[in-house]
Design a binder for this molecule. Structure first.
Ligand SMILES: Cc1cc2nc3c(=O)[nH]c(=O)nc-3n(C[C@H](O)[C@H](O)[C@H](O)COP(=O)(O)OP(=O)(O)OC[C@H]3O[C@@H](n4cnc5c(N)ncnc54)[C@H](O)[C@@H]3O)c2cc1C
Length: 377
């Protein structure tokens, strides 16, 4: 929880419930004053709280910026009283998960285009806060052709209609592409799911795996040009990158019902969190993996200087998926500074909070909030 909530924190139920940070009521933080003395402070979202700005900074300002969070309190925005059973949304009655796949051997460039178009159109039409499909969250993971599969996973919290909802979704994605293979659907309690979500996705090999994730928030589906770039990077053989993949997590719904400045998480217009990513076990494979993933992302966003500049099509990137490449003008030629990609118009306010609560810049890293940069978004 330590670094997760303070970065906004989306999850499997975000389309229905919003971000974890949208439920943050208060934080206890150890901060360091200008004489170098550490002390603990509580900051709440109460309008009358003199420390309210410090609470706001923890609703998306990112870890390692203001102090060490030692406690989080959560309450829904409209919660009242102190009965714990009514302070947060009820857990879903059940969770229905699904997984299905297409074999790359059945996919050519035109069916790939069709699949990503189908997926984009569905997401664009089903990401409003009142969409009946806000209860459906999905992750499309296009692995490189050398791995063999394109996998769709997801879950529904709609106990009565989950199977129909999932079947309709898979039929929409498959139209003109070819039927999905190896479909698996399972129903379980929310607790069973939460204790071990999507085991085949998150299982780690012994010793772990190194990864590079390059994130982009999309307000619109990819263009045909971008889908052609993705096809190229998924299928080209001049890179030998087994762990390369292109993922899309559905977003929107309740997340987008909150104003960009109501919390420090400004990404409130997106329909997907898309990520170019790769993973490797042998350190000798690092260089080629980084080359592939960085070139893929740069070419995907070539029209906006190699990064998803906030605007009509993109909503920047998430600080919970930090990528120092955006500070490097080799990869970010947009002229838009890294902090605008992560924080948009909220950065000047975060700088003021940083100056007040961490005047000696004790908490810092490659993408931390800095007060020595111009106060502009
Ligand atoms: C497999 C995987 C899946 C993920 N899935 C999601 C997802 O679905 N949704 C999402 O939003 N994010 C996701 N993330 C990203 C995740 O939210 C971030 O990596 C987050 O920063 C992790 O928090 P942590 O507590 O592990 O912090 P760390 O990785 O340990 O640290 C991250 C930053 O937070 C700071 N920090 C840590 N603890 C504290 C604290 N107590 N007080 C102040 N600062 C602190 C650190 O100094 C550092 O700067 C995923 C990451 C991984 C590896």
């Amino acid at each position: 929880m330590g670094g997760h909530v303070v970065g906004g924190a989306f999850g499997f139920l975000c389309r229905q419930l919003g971000l974890a940070a949208d439920y943050l009521y208060a934080v206890e933080v150890v901060t360091v004053d200008k004489s170098g003395r550490a002390s603990s402070v509580v900051a709440t979202r109460e309008k009358s709280d003199p420390n309210r700005e410090l609470w706001w900074a923890h609703t998306g300002g990112g870890g390692g910026n203001f102090g060490v969070v030692t406690r989080y309190w959560f309450r829904s925005a409209d919660a009242s009283g102190d009965d714990p059973t009514s302070l947060l949304p009820r857990a879903p009655e059940s969770i229905t998960t699904f997984r299905a796949e297409w074999n790359w051997s059945d996919i050519d460039q035109s069916s790939f285009l069709r699949l990503l178009r189908n997926h984009g159109t569905w997401s664009e039409r089903n990401s409003d806060v009142d969409s009946p499909n806000a209860s459906l969250w999905t992750l499309l993971l296009v692995h490189r052709r050398q791995l063999g599969k394109i996998i769709i996973r997801g879950l529904s919290t709609d106990s009565a209609a989950a199977e129909r909802q999932i079947n309709n979704y898979l039929a929409t994605l498959s139209a003109g592409v070819g039927a999905v293979q190896n479909k698996e659907v399972a129903r379980m309690s929310w607790l069973e799911f939460a204790l071990n979500p999507f085991p085949d996705l998150f299982a780690m090999p012994p010793g772990g795996v190194s990864t590079k994730v390059k994130d982009a928030m999309l307000r619109k589906p990819l263009t045909d040009r971008q889908i052609a770039i993705a096809y190229d990077y998924m299928t080209r053989t001049d890179y030998d990158v087994m762990g390369g993949a292109f993922g899309f997590a559905t977003f929107g719904g309740r997340v987008n019902a909150v104003a960009p400045d109501a919390t420090a998480s400004p990404q409130r217009h997106s329909i997907f969190d898309a990520a170019c990513n790769t993973g490797w076990i042998d350190p000798r494979e690092e260089e080629k993996n980084l080359k592939w993933v960085s070139a893929f992302y740069r070419d995907l966003f070539a029209e906006t200087g190699g990064v998803p500049v906030p605007g009509d099509r993109y909503d920047g990137t998430l600080i919970n998926h930090p990528d120092t490449d955006v500070t490097d003008t080799t990869w970010n030629t947009s002229g838009v500074p890294w902090y605008t990609l992560y924080y948009q118009g909220n950065y000047p306010r975060l700088q003021q909070i940083k100056a007040r609560w961490d005047p000696k810049n004790v908490f810092r890293h490659a993408l931390s909030i800095r007060t020595d940069e111009p106060r502009r978004a």
